[in-house]
Write a protein that binds this ligand. Structure first.
Ligand SMILES: [Cu+2]
Length: 286
């Protein structure tokens, strides 16, 4: 993309994040784009013709640029949709691990499962977390923090698997008349105690990665949260299906992870205004 000076006034550039080139000089040189998630680069008035071309994480700057500002992806960029389904291809239908419970049985009941492998009658695998990996930073839209309510209900975490972007909030809630803790391990580490029924506690996730969630009181309670810098991720539902929308057209690698069945990586191609489909097969071999 080539742009000319004067497309943005300096105050606007500073509001969006101004990256100064300290020693502008004639001729071409490269600048690392250190802020934001840019795909469009606008040059505040430099008093002369300025050309700039995005090359991934760097920009090539010509002719004495004094600075540049970065803005988000234009809304007109071509996008597509990815629909997928996680299926069991490992033979006999598996079942979640059963737990005989002796902790708070009057509240939690006597039997539980780890919710660690839920397969539908037509072989769809639930709770597979699918996400694009190595997404170029210039294709990541401006962050929109989200929220997941992680309910401690009937001595289970719900939802069992979820996805968030960096800066989002995990709001854990206790729907049971007993003490639960929401203990996060991995990309975010904190132990949130919920001694009272009806209580909620919030925690902001500030790093990408996988978070394993456990309750210190009830060992069978578990959940997983994947945090990404981008919103191109989803969790398979009860029929094994997932859908990711607003994907910039292009070729990507999709990573699908399941707590018992392991990881699958597949290449996917996103075509503008079309829906791409993918089937992820799990056989029980990690
Ligand atoms: Cu608990």
């Amino acid at each position: 993309m080539w742009v000319s000076p004067g497309e943005m006034e300096r105050p606007e550039a500073e509001r969006l994040g101004y990256l100064r080139v300290d020693r502008p000089r004639r001729g071409s040189h490269r600048v690392v784009l250190a802020v934001g998630s840019p795909t469009q680069v606008l040059i505040p008035g430099a008093g002369r013709r300025v050309n700039l071309r995005l090359q991934g994480y760097t920009a090539t700057v010509c002719c004495g640029v004094v600075g540049l500002a970065l803005v988000g992806r234009p809304p007109t960029e071509s996008t597509g949709v990815l629909e997928g389904r996680a299926v069991w291809r490992g033979g006999e239908l598996p079942t979640p691990t059963l737990i005989r419970n002796t902790t708070d049985p009057e509240v939690c009941g006597a039997d539980h499962t780890l919710d660690d492998l839920v397969v539908s009658a037509d072989l769809g695998v639930q709770n597979v977390i699918a996400a694009l990996v190595d997404v170029p930073i210039d294709l990541v839209p401006p962050a929109v923090p989200g929220r997941v309510v992680l309910d401690n209900a009937d001595c289970r975490f719900s939802p069992h698997a979820s996805v968030l972007t960096v800066g989002s909030v995990i709001e854990t809630h206790n729907s049971d008349p007993t003490l639960h803790t929401t203990h996060l391990y991995g990309a975010s580490e904190v132990n949130l105690a919920l001694p009272l029924e009806g209580q909620s506690v919030s925690h902001t996730v500030d790093r990408p990665g996988l978070i394993a969630v456990k309750c210190d009181v009830h060992g069978w309670m578990s959940a997983f949260v994947r945090v990404d810098e981008h919103p191109f991720h989803a969790v398979s539902n009860a029929s094994g299906s997932f859908r990711i929308v607003d994907l910039p057209a292009g070729d990507y690698v999709l990573e699908a992870w399941h707590e018992r069945l392991g990881t699958r990586r597949r290449e996917v191609r996103i075509v503008p205004d079309e829906t791409s489909n993918i089937v992820l097969e799990f056989t029980g071999e990690r």
